[in-house]
Design a protein around this ligand. Structure first.
Ligand SMILES: Cc1cc2nc3c(=O)[nH]c(=O)nc-3n(C[C@H](O)[C@H](O)[C@H](O)COP(=O)(O)O)c2cc1C
Length: 193
């Protein structure tokens, strides 16, 4: 009896350890090469549920999400003819915009932008926990934000925050090396009295 209790507690301890080891926040890496394997829709739904749990001041919920179907994806890929071939290899897109009621660059507008950024991170981290790779794209799309907003038929006044590419990565996320941080923690942390 005592032996089996010890065995069960060892099992629980090892699963807690493995949870800590596979912390999705550190597992997430920017991924540009994907396989053709589909991403389960329940994984995407869970990632969107995680996204909307991002902190947001005054509960402004400033994020708006767009998942393009085949026709809209083709339009996104054709926005920049020089990159069409590369874009066509991306299995899934999520376009994230900000709808803020606040004056541009005001304190509350910046808070809304921060909240949407947190939502994007939550989305990608949740995917990473399920082995799904993602990449936050902006400038490298080579198209003006207005063109992307127009393609996804974003609402009046919405601003582009991210186009997130996602899919099953060619190389597993686990073990993928992060691009080295030049400053690191030591270069960015000040401990005060
Ligand atoms: C706001 C934002 C915009 C980004 N835009 C691009 C982009 O246009 N092209 C690109 O290759 N990566 C883009 N990235 C991804 C970064 O290049 C990537 O996060 C960085 O290289 C660190 O790698 P990691 O995500 O694996 O930690 C963007 C990231 C953020 C936060």
């Amino acid at each position: 009896m005592i032996r089996s209790l010890l065995f069960i507690s060892a099992l629980i301890a090892s699963s807690v350890n493995s949870l800590a080891f596979t912390n999705p926040a550190t597992l997430r890496r920017s991924v540009a090469r994907f396989t053709d394997a589909p991403v389960d829709s329940t994984v995407v739904d869970a990632a969107l549920e995680a996204a909307i749990l991002a902190p947001n001041h005054f509960m402004s919920e400033p994020w708006r999400f767009y998942i393009p179907g085949p026709q809209t994806t083709a339009s996104l890929c054709n926005l920049n003819p020089e990159k069409t071939k590369m874009f066509e290899k991306v299995p899934n897109w999520l376009v994230v915009t900000m709808k803020s009621e606040n004056e541009k660059h005001s304190k509350l507008w910046l808070e809304d932008l921060s909240a949407v950024s947190c939502a994007v991170q939550n989305f990608m981290t949740s995917l990473a926990g399920e082995g799904v790779g993602s990449k936050w794209m902006t400038g490298a799309l080579g198209s003006p934000p207005e063109a992307i907003l127009g393609t996804v038929k974003a609402g009046e006044g919405e601003e582009l925050v991210a186009a997130v590419w996602f899919g099953i990565p060619e190389k597993e996320l686990e073990g993928a090396k992060a691009p080295p941080r030049k400053l690191g923690v030591a270069g960015t942390l000040t401990k005060l009295d």
